[in-house]
Design a protein. Structure first.
Length: 299
């Protein structure tokens, strides 16, 4: 099949096209002919790049980043890219996100704060969503029922006691919201990985008992003190370092537990040795006092 050539319109739009094409090629350090074969592109939106029309020829494109201080241009050219899987958008609110609902294999989306209200226009089958912003309203994601992975907030927002949206397929959640306990998440019964660390408001794990699929829990650097809500859960990994936890007794009833980090927690005398011995009988381990928690390695 012959390669598709990029269009080259004339007039004012042609000038915008030519300017954008030059900016995109300069960023990628490729020729206009090589652009169509790229799998990854970072497009610098700005005065030299105000249209995405040159991307129509990028039929092999799989990962796309759009960033700049200008308003988002029309995303219509992206609807034709059948191999596009991942999109990062960091720019001001501009054109509609609706064309993303027609990108046939879009799997992962990352948005800056100004674009979050447009999420209701996005593909319902999206699997991964990362919201890099201070979030105070999660209603735009209500329709994204296919989500399996979600990160909420690059800065802490506060939802109070409002329940988290019902996302029946959600398996992995990194939540940077000022949760007081886990009750707003208790209906997410399919959740396997939860990260709610670095939260000075989180003082209780109440609600965790309903998370019956939870395998990995990261609540380090919070104010929690009682691990009782975790008793009996199928946990394989727990990071509760730098918390107020003093007793490990509930963890003795989690037979699948393999890895625990309680560094910096005020454990009662002998509790650390007791937990270490217990984990070793299950083929597990207690994090060494100098060891970083596992989320640093991207688990």
């Amino acid at each position: 099949m012959p390669k598709r050539k990029a269009a080259n319109p004339t007039g004012p739009r042609g000038k915008a096209y030519a300017s954008a094409l030059e900016a995109i090629c300069a960023e990628r350090r490729c020729t206009a002919e090589e652009l169509a074969e790229q799998h990854f592109l970072q497009v610098p939106l700005g005065t030299a790049c105000k249209t995405l029309e040159p991307l129509r020829s990028c039929t092999e494109l799989r990962h796309l980043g759009l960033s700049g201080s200008v308003a988002l241009p029309s995303l219509e050219p992206l609807a034709e890219l059948k191999n596009l899987r991942t999109i990062w958008l960091r720019c001001r609110r501009g054109e509609s996100l609706e064309p993303l609902s027609r990108v046939p294999h879009l799997d992962s989306l990352r948005l800056s704060g100004a674009l979050i209200p447009g999420l209701s226009e996005v593909h319902r089958d999206l699997r991964s969503l990362f919201l890099d912003a201070k979030v105070t309203d999660l209603s735009p994601i209500l329709g994204l029922t296919g989500l399996r992975e979600l990160q909420v907030g690059g800065a802490f927002g506060d939802l109070g006691d409002e329940p988290f949206p019902a996302l029946p397929k959600l398996e992995r959640l990194r939540v940077f919201l000022r949760l007081r306990d886990l009750r707003p998440l208790s209906h997410l019964s399919g959740l396997q990985y939860l990260e709610a660390r670095l939260n000075s408001k989180l003082a209780s794990l109440e609600g965790a008992k309903a998370l019956t699929s939870l395998r990995h829990l990261h609540v380090g650097s919070t104010r929690i003190s009682d691990l009782e809500p975790l008793r009996g859960l199928p946990l394989e990994e727990l990071d509760a370092g730098a918390t107020k936890v003093s007793s490990i007794e509930p963890l003795l009833h989690n037979p699948q537990l393999r890895r625990v980090n309680l560094n910096g927690a005020p454990l009662k005398r002998g509790e650390r040795a007791r937990l270490k011995a217990h984990l070793e009988t299950q083929g597990g381990e207690l994090a060494a006092l100098t060891e970083l928690p596992s989320f640093w390695s991207g688990i």
